[in-house]
Design a protein around this ligand. Structure first.
Ligand code: ADP
Length: 523
């Protein structure tokens, strides 16, 4: 197959995520030739992380990851990949990183990066390169105070959302930086540069501070999304002297191993967190969800919803009710009927982002599933194990549908592209197809982020060769289905009758959610 890429070249993509570091290598035909991963808890046990993170027992909501684990994982991954790939053939590298997480370089960070010795491990050389040892990550929810202060300083939550694409969120990097500035001013002053996880990984590869890209940068509550530059007013509201510590922004230009480019398509990523995203030409920032510059097309925006209770909360229900086994979990999903006999569950093992609710589990039963709109709702205790399993799965996707519709997503969407660890579960995908009433596709590998990064490496190489931005589709022309990027049908659309019933159930769920927010919401 002819692409515009050299036949014998290789493109390497990384994804530094919450629980692992993954790599995918594509050849000049955009076909996967190798992939590898390092699972933090099991392959780097000396850091004693659980799910890749530390949950601080002494401070409510504080969740961090040791910065050095990401460095050592890169050492290990490169070692593992060496036997599979001829590194000399790699002509471009790209990477993605879990969003919002931040790295704090000490005053000698730049000098250390500039003098890296390829014969020594990165881990040893970078031991003293950081002013903060543990990086705050996206799961952290300890900065409510800073969020409020920043919102007040810029004229309110909606103002901040109009400016930066999102109201202030605890996990966003700006509030995290403000907390460090307020609680450890010396550490803040001794920080030469602040990187995001993505620009941090790039810095290790280029031996210098890599710039933050405009799309990842939109997850900080610091960037003006229309101007795509740091917003002076928000910088001032966050911490003094911050612009210098952030460096300049750079356009992202290309990403998306999902080839998500058609309005009406929806992507659902089922990783440690669950995220939903779609493409829009008109940004409509609001008090929930997030707007980012679209990395694939400089004229479009990407809207995104993020749930903190994703895979780890599904695992928790699996462990408690389904014998710690996905097979048992799936058999329960199979043997329970769609709509779960009117049983609805809300599972917040962690403080949830969407809706902003504290830790807690809530169970409800609807009086009738034949006239759902009029059904009485009663709060109850636990369900039987199979109904618990169906309730978490239906609950998560009913919520996604309800919130995506509020954000302007059409029902049903054209199609859903599912990715992330749990997208390998066909029973979960079938529930998604029923609840959204559209077909669900998957990409060849559930770790599409590193595949996307490898694609971005190829695209970056081509843009560089052409001396200008070229559309990502020029990489494959009409041969997409011959590449490893092609999506395959995993579950056909559910039937229309069921879809209408789920529509009523979505409404019921959103009503209950509203009352939970009134009772327990963080405002
Ligand atoms: P991240 O990139 O955020 O680190 P991944 O996308 O690799 O996470 O997803 C990891 C998660 O995938 C695990 O926590 C696990 O719960 C989930 N997972 C793996 N296999 C299955 C399965 N068969 N069914 C449901 N979930 C699964």
């Amino acid at each position: 197959m002819a692409t515009s890429l050299p036949e014998d070249a290789l493109f390497l993509g990384f994804d530094s995520s919450t629980q692992s570091l993954k790599a995918t290598v594509l050849d000049g035909n955009l076909v996967i030739v190798a992939s590898e991963s390092i699972h933090f808890d099991s392959e780097l046990p000396h850091y004693k992380t659980k799910d890749g993170v530390y949950r601080d027992p002494s401070e409510n909501g504080r969740i961090v990851s040791p910065t050095l684990i990401w460095v050592e994982a890169l050492d290990l991954l490169l070692e593992k990949l060496k036997s599979k790939v001829d590194y000399k053939k790699i002509i471009a590298i790209s990477g993605s990183g879990q969003q919002h997480g931040s790295v704090y370089w000490s005053k000698n960070g730049k000098a250390i990066l500039a003098s890296l010795d390829p014969l020594k491990s990165l881990r040893i050389q970078l031991e003293d390169a950081f002013s903060v040892k543990d990086s705050p990550i996206w799961m952290d929810s300890s900065t409510t105070l800073q969020c409020k202060e920043i919102e007040v300083a810029v004229g309110g939550a909606l103002e901040l959302s109009k400016l930066t694409g999102s109201r202030a969120y605890e996990r966003y990097t700006g509030p995290q930086i403000r907390k460090i500035y307020q609680t450890k001013p010396d550490v803040y002053n001794n920080t030469e540069r602040i990187s995001l996880v993505s620009s941090f990984m790039a810095s290790l590869l280029i031996g210098d501070y890599a710039r933050i890209d405009e799309t990842d940068g939109a997850g900080m509550n610091l960037m003006d999304i229309k101007q795509r530059s740091w917003s002076k007013i928000v910088l001032e509201a966050t911490a003094p002297g911050l612009e210098e510590k952030l460096g300049q922004l750079v356009p992202a230009h290309a990403v998306a191993g999902l080839t998500l480019n058609t309005p009406g398509d929806l992507a659902i990523s089922l990783g440690t967190s669950d995220t939903v995203f779609g493409i829009t030409s008109e940004p409509k920032p609001s008090l929930e969800g997030h707007v980012f510059p679209n990395p694939v097309d400089p004229n479009c925006y990407m809207v995104m919803l993020v749930y903190k209770n994703g895979s780890l909360t599904r695992e928790d229900v699996r462990n408690r009710y389904a014998e710690c086994s996905w097979d048992v979990f799936n058999s329960y999903l199979e043997k329970t009927p769609p709509l779960n006999g009117g049983r609805l569950g809300f599972y917040y093992k962690e403080h949830e982002i969407l809706p902003p609710l504290p830790v807690g589990f809530h169970h409800y039963v609807l009086g009738s599933i034949d006239s759902l709109d009029e059904a009485e709702v009663s709060e109850v205790g636990e369900f039987d194990p199979p109904a618990e399993v169906r309730a978490i799965i239906e609950g998560q996707f009913l919520s996604m549908r309800g919130h995506a519709e509020r954000f302007g997503m059409p029902t049903p969407p054209n199609r859903i592209i599912a990715t992330g660890g749990a997208s390998s579960n066909e029973y979960i995908l079938k529930s998604i197809a029923n609840i959204f009433g559209c077909p669900v596709y998957t990409v060849q590998r559930p770790d599409s982020a590193s595949l996307g990064a490898a694609l971005r490496a190829a695209h970056g190489w081509l843009c560089n060769k052409e001396g200008q931005f070229v559309p990502i589709s020029s990489l494959y022309g009409d041969k997409l289905d011959k590449t490893s990027l092609s999506a395959k049908l995993a579950s056909p659309a559910g039937d229309g009758n069921l879809l209408s019933k789920y529509t009523l159930l979505v409404n019921k769920r959103m009503q209950i959610e509203k009352s939970l927010l009134e009772k327990f919401g963080r405002g």
